[in-house]
Every structure is written in structure tokens, then in C-alpha cells.
Design a protein around this ligand. Structure first.
Ligand code: ADP
Ligand code: ASP
Ligand code: MG
Length: 436
């Protein structure tokens, strides 16, 4: 193995002490050549993330409120890190420029990106590595989406000339030199792109937990750790809310066949979780993990002989498309079809949709179920393994939880159930306990 790309999350770089741990990890292995830092995260549960404070600074200026108080919180965090690490860096100068830029109307994405930018400069100086500004290597198109070809081209040309560099995560730029960010948690994506571009042997993702756990530790007490998982299983879990790794970070490394290792900065000797392309299903432990999200609405449409009506589902979907709404899921029966839509997509357009479906599709009935949560139970050992769904359903029913919707993809690695938002935490615990 020659090259490891290492990404450190916000909690791993939240203060000077965390920076010391990070330095020790990086310098302990000469193959750790490219380092991707996030912005400083929370030091404790009551603390603020720097990225949140930067968004707040921008919002202050937009509303005509001075940003000094909020910006001081940011300045003090960075100044303390630089001072305690005894780094020779004129951090005041950088801070002053960023403050001026935000006060003079810099964009929201520019403001948000400065957390990673400053952490990148500090970490590069501390490690004596080269600093590469992400604006020069992560390229977005004019619609704000990643321009993959331009990004790989830029990364190849810059990284091939660089040994040991720090590249801040989360942002890049477009062809007009505007700073553009990924969605929240996007430093994971930057790390994955860099790993893929240099065909790294391993992409290490360092965070504050010892790998991927079977369930969100904020919901289930001390969940078991997952030792090894496939990209596919991981994608299902991250998409459904297991927020350890940004869901889009799987694609670049999966395509290049690079394993991901999730590791704990505070317990660096723990092996963490290894994410690989393929592995033999474990039929004795068929469930890899459980994840879920709240706040969905299900529109349930019923019409006799729907199965023989050509184009029925197409009509429903084109109504969604015309209203710029993407749907999550569409389980169907002989005479019924349900459309599951996240409330963030729906944005109070429920009545418009229901009216249009009623007019265009003339169903026998159409019922809206709001306040739904979705829970995904994922594992490649589930396929051809009898009784898994039965176990999930009986776990829920013995906890008095009503199941509103069930869907199992044809790949048989995911069983999705819809329950009331209020039952969400209880539901995850019930499923977890029934398999452990
Ligand atoms: P970072 O700042 O290092 O990127 P994140 O906060 O993005 O870290 O991700 C790590 C957090 O993800 C953990 O602290 C944990 O609270 C949360 N999390 C949610 N689901 C899981 C899971 N299945 N396994 C481990 N952690 C999880
Ligand atoms: N700092 C950014 C955020 O808080 C990006 C990241 O953490 O990866 O979303
Ligand atoms: Mg993260």
C-alpha cells in the first residue's frame, strides 16, 4: 500500500488538543499524504459548529444586523488553536479579510466555506504540508453541481506535482470563480474525490465514533459496531440518515474500488469499519444496520383495476414532475399505489397534488398520511433468508407500533417500513433489539 487519503471531521479538529491527535495520526504513517480537514466542530454538546456560525454571520448581514458578536466567537476559536499550537501564522489577517468580505456582501457559500479554508491553512502550517486551495481543484458547473470531469482533470494536474498536501473539504469553485459548497457534511465527498483521483489504496475517514454502528448512537444505547460492510449497504444506510458519511461520498471511491475505513480520532487503535466492494453475505447475522428519517407524507391512491390501466403510474409521476417534486418511494399493490414524499420536497404543495391527481387519474380514493417516518433495515444477508420481515413486524407490533407502509426492494438488501413520526425512536430500538 502506497497512498492513504485521510479526511478529518469537525469534531476531530475542534480545538488545539484535537489538532495534536490529528498530527500524531498523520505523522505515524508516511503513506498518509493527502489530508482533508473539515471546519472545527462542537467541543461539547452545547458548543457551536464553526460552519453554523459562518452561516449565521451571513444571515446577520442579509438582515442588516452587525456580525461582530458572532464573528468574535469564530475568531476566538481559531486564535486559540493557533496560539495553543504555537504556530507561526498571521491568523488575524485571514480573519479580518473574511470578516470584511462577509460584511461587503460575499455569498452564503463563500461565508460557509471559510471554516474549512482556515482549518486547512492552520493544519498545513502545523504539519508542514503544502496547502492546496479547494477552489482550484474541486470544480462546480453553473448549476451548482459538481463538474466531475473538470474536477478530476484539475486534481490530476495539481496533485501529481504535490507530495504531502492539505486540501480543505466542503467547497470548490465554478468557472466564474464563485465559491460553491457541497451540501452539509460535504467534506466526506471532497475526500472521496481526492482518493479516487489519485487512485489511493485507502480512504480513511476519521470521526468521533469507532466506525459505523448498527444504529444511530443518539437513538440506540451502545449499538454494536459494524466491522465490515459493502458500499451498497452503506449507501442505503447513509441515504436513510446514518449520517456518519455523506451519502454522495460512496460513488467516487466505489467506482475506483478504493476501500473506506471509518476511524475514531479519539481511539486511533480501534480498527473502525471497513467499507468494501464485495463480501460474502453473513446469513447468521443478516442485518448490518438500521437507519431512518422522519417527516414524510404518504399519498395513498386506490382505483379498482388500476393494474390494467395503462400509464396510471406515469400520470401520477408526471404530476410530481410538473410540480418539481421528487419522491422517495412508490410501493404498489393491485389496485393501490402509494407515493412517499419527504416534507422538505413537498413544501405545502399537498393540496395541489391531491387535486391534480384526482382530476387527471380519477381514483376511487386518495388518502394523505402526514407525519410519517421511514426506517430501513439493511443487510446483504437478508436475501433468500426467511423470516427477517416477520421478525421486524413482530418486533414493532409487540411494541404497539402501527406499520403504515412496507417496501422491500428487489435487491432484497433493504426492508423499508413507514411508521408514525412519534414512534420513530421506539421503532428503531425495537428492530435493533430483535436482532441483537
Ligand atoms: P464528522 O464531523 O467527523 O464528519 P459527523 O457528525 O458527520 O462527524 O458523523 C459522526 C456522527 O454520526 C456520530 O457522532 C454519530 O452521532 C452519528 N451517527 C449517526 N448514525 C450513526 C451510525 N449508524 N454509526 C455511527 N455514528 C452515527
Ligand atoms: N463543515 C461542513 C458542515 O458542517 C462540512 C463538513 O462537516 O463536512 O456541514
Ligand atoms: Mg460528517
Amino acid at each position: 500500500m502506497n497512498t492513504i487519503v485521510t479526511k478529518f471531521g469537525g469534531s476531530s479538529l475542534a480545538d488545539a488538543n484535537q489538532f495534536r491527535k490529528v498530527r500524531e495520526i498523520i505523522l505515524s504513517d508516511d503513506r498518509r499524504k493527502f489530508v482533508i480537514p473539515s471546519a472545527p466542530g462542537k467541543r461539547n454538546s452545547k458548543d457551536f459548529k464553526i460552519t453554523d456560525l459562518l452561516y449565521l454571520c451571513h444571515a446577520h448581514i442579509e438582515s442588516g444586523i452587525p456580525l461582530d458578536d458572532v464573528f468574535n466567537l469564530i475568531s476566538n476559536r481559531y486564535k486559540a488553536i493557533v496560539c495553543e499550537l504555537e504556530i507561526s501564522l498571521d491568523i488575524d489577517n485571514y480573519l479580518q479579510k473574511i470578516k470584511n468580505d462577509i460584511e461587503n456582501g460575499a455569498s452564503k457559500e463563500y461565508a460557509a466555506s471559510r471554516g474549512e479554508y482556515l482549518n486547512g491553512i492552520i493544519l498545513a502550517t502545523y504539519l508542514n504540508f503544502k496547502f492546496i486551495d479547494a477552489k482550484d481543484v474541486i470544480i462546480f458547473n453553473k448549476y451548482g453541481s459538481l463538474d466531475t470531469d473538470a474536477t478530476y482533470k484539475a486534481l490530476n494536474s495539481v496533485l501529481s506535482k504535490s507530495e504531502k498536501s492539505v486540501i480543505p473539504g466542503f467547497y470548490g469553485s465554478d468557472s466564474n470563480a464563485n465559491i460553491v459548497t457541497f451540501s452539509r457534511g460535504g467534506s466526506d465527498v471532497t475526500g472521496a474525490l481526492i482518493a479516487a483521483s489519485i487512485n489511493a489504496d485507502l480512504y480513511e475517514n476519521w470521526t468521533d465514533v469507532s466506525g459505523f454502528l448498527m444504529a444511530d448512537p443518539r437513538i440506540v444505547k451502545n449499538p454494536m459496531q459494524i466491522k465490515k460492510i459493502t458500499y451498497r449497504e452503506l449507501r442505503e444506510l447513509s441515504y436513510m440518515g446514518a449520517s456518519v458519511l455523506h451519502e454522495e461520498s460512496v460513488f467516487p471511491v466505489r467506482n475506483a474500488g478504493i476501500p473506506i475505513n471509518i476511524k475514531n480520532t479519539n481511539m486511533p487503535l480501534d480498527p473502525g469499519t471497513l467499507i468494501v466492494k464485495d463480501m460474502e453475505p453473513d446469513y447468521d447475522n443478516p442485518i448490518k444496520g438500521i437507519a431512518g428519517k422522519k417527516d414524510f407524507t404518504v399519498i395513498s391512491i386506490e382505483k379498482a383495476m388500476m393494474n390494467t390501466e395503462l400509464g396510471f403510474c406515469r400520470k401520477v409521476l408526471s404530476i410530481l414532475e410538473q410540480n418539481c417534486i421528487s419522491f422517495e418511494n412508490m410501493p404498489s399493490g393491485i389496485d393501490t399505489v402509494c407515493v412517499v414524499i419527504s416534507d422538505s420536497q413537498l413544501k405545502n404543495k399537498t393540496d395541489i397534488l391531491v387535486d391534480e391527481i384526482r382530476r387527471t387519474c380519477t381514483p376511487d380514493s386518495i388518502v394523505v398520511h402526514p407525519n410519517m417516518a421511514l426506517i430501513a433495515t439493511v443487510g446483504n444477508g437478508m436475501s433468500s433468508n426467511k423470516g427477517i420481515a416477520a421478525k421486524i413486524f413482530s418486533a414493532l407490533s409487540s411494541n404497539n407500533i402501527n406499520i403504515r407502509m412496507i417496501d422491500q426492494g428487489s435487491s432484497e438488501i433493504n426492508i423499508l417500513i413507514g411508521i408514525e413520526n412519534d414512534d420513530f425512536e421506539k421503532g428503531i430500538n425495537a428492530i435493533y433489539n430483535s436482532f441483537n
